[in-house]
Design a protein around this ligand. Structure first.
Ligand code: SF4
Ligand code: SF4
Length: 392
């Protein structure tokens, strides 16, 4: 494992994301503890010291799991990062907040109450890194609220030693939103976590965001480096091109090596679900091995071909709010597959009710919460035609 730094702290270049832990089939909040613990133990014994979670991951169970999993290790042997869920809050009276979207139905709380609950669930008395979750055009109402004073609160937690370093994550649609927030809070944040990979470099202006962050002297933490697995499974035609240059390397390794070429990207998070994934990733991060110019040009070509696919990362923010319980990310994966000519993606919607796009009622709840801005109902409209017999 090689290391970089954030505000003088030595961080492993590969970080363990805890939003895609192994779970019981179809039950995102039922983490399979023994399998997940094996992954954490492997990470700890192979030099990974950065562990990222959030209030909402795995329906609130990720914090509980990682607290339990890391408990047997000395507190100074790992760095724990969690996130304040302002992006899913609605303001009520007298400093009380309620929850919306993926946290709809959760009991009302306060800013301080949420933070205290997070420390308790993680079984720690301080966070090494604490982030405001998804500072974006849609959440500024909460993060800038003069009564809730979220930024002042987290600064106070830092002053009290309950947080060592502050940051925020962002799915903002514009780099200017990130730049402006950093400018208004100059010197407060040591890092910003953004979605960054070779496809989003242009598709979601990750380049503009990276530049907006680093010009403030702030480090970048990378999320969705393989786009929720999307960049780990390229169409055969694209894979053949990559293999011609590096026969042994997987698509995921190409994506991660591309990230290694960004000097200010301190940690690359990967939401690892299996031991095989973490083993391969640990190998990839044994030493920096960024792409050379020829390799970069080839990957840019591959990215160009994929730009018209639907950019779903499989984050599942949309699924809890779907009134008819559709498996939206799976449906989008199938849509991309069929569009790509992958006949293995074709299925019979009559036989898989939770993947039947005809059940969509077009309410738009999914699109409103989707960090990628995907127009899900439009996909649900088009897909039945694409799946039509005699193709299956
Ligand atoms: S628009 Fe369709 S897929 Fe999206 S939440 Fe509503 S019913 Fe579900
Ligand atoms: S459609 Fe959007 S919210 Fe739903 S899984 Fe995909 S990226 Fe996430």
């Amino acid at each position: 494992m090689y290391y970089r730094e954030i505000a003088g702290v030595k961080v492993s270049a590969l970080g363990m994301g805890n939003m895609r832990l192994p779970t019981l089939e179809g039950q995102d909040n039922k983490i399979v503890y023994d399998k997940a613990q094996e992954i954490i133990d492997y990470a700890m014994s192979h030099g990974i010291n950065y562990y990222d979670t959030a209030y909402r991951y795995h329906g609130g169970e990720s914090e509980r799991f990682i607290g339990q999993a890391l408990k047997k290790y000395p507190r100074d042997s790992f760095l724990l990062a969690s996130k304040f869920p302002g992006h899913m809050m609605v303001k009520k009276e007298n400093g009380v907040v309620g929850f919306t979207s993926g946290l709809a139905g959760w009991p009302d709380n306060t800013v301080a109450g949420v933070f205290a609950e997070q420390l308790e669930k993680c079984q720690v008395d301080y966070f090494d890194f604490y982030l405001l979750h998804n500072v974006s055009e849609n959440s500024l109402g909460i993060y800038d609220d003069p009564e809730l004073q979220v930024v002042e609160f987290v600064k106070r937690m830092k002053a009290e030693g309950k947080v060592r370093h502050l940051g925020f994550s962002s799915h903002a649609s514009s780099a200017a939103t990130i730049d402006d927030f950093l400018t208004r809070h100059e010197g407060v944040f040591d890092f910003v976590q953004i979605q960054l990979n070779y496809l989003d470099w242009t598709l979601q202006d990750a380049r503009g965001k990276y530049e907006a962050i680093t010009k403030h002297g702030v480090k970048v933490v990378v999320m969705e480096g393989v786009r929720g697995g999307r960049l780990a499974k390229l169409p055969e035609e694209q894979m053949a091109k990559l293999r011609a240059l590096r026969p042994e390397d997987s698509a995921a390794r190409w994506a991660l090596r591309w990230l290694q070429g960004l000097p200010e990207a301190a940690v690359v998070l990967s939401g690892m679900t299996t031991l095989e994934q973490i083993k391969e990733n640990v190998e990839t991060f044994a030493a920096p091995d960024p792409l050379d110019e020829e390799e970069k040009a080839l990957l840019a070509e591959v990215a160009d071909i994929m730009l018209d696919l639907v950019p779903c990362t499989g984050c599942r923010y949309c699924t809890e709010g779907c009134p008819v319980g559709l498996e939206i990310p799976k449906i989008i994966a199938a849509y991309n597959g069929v569009k790509n000519g992958d006949f293995m993606s074709i299925y019979d919607p009559d036989k898989v009710p939770d993947m039947d796009p005809r059940r969509c009622v077009g309410c738009g709840a999914c699109s409103r919460i989707c960090p990628q801005g995907i127009e899900v109902p439009a996909i649900m409209d088009k897909l039945p035609e694409m799946l039509r017999p005699p193709r299956f």
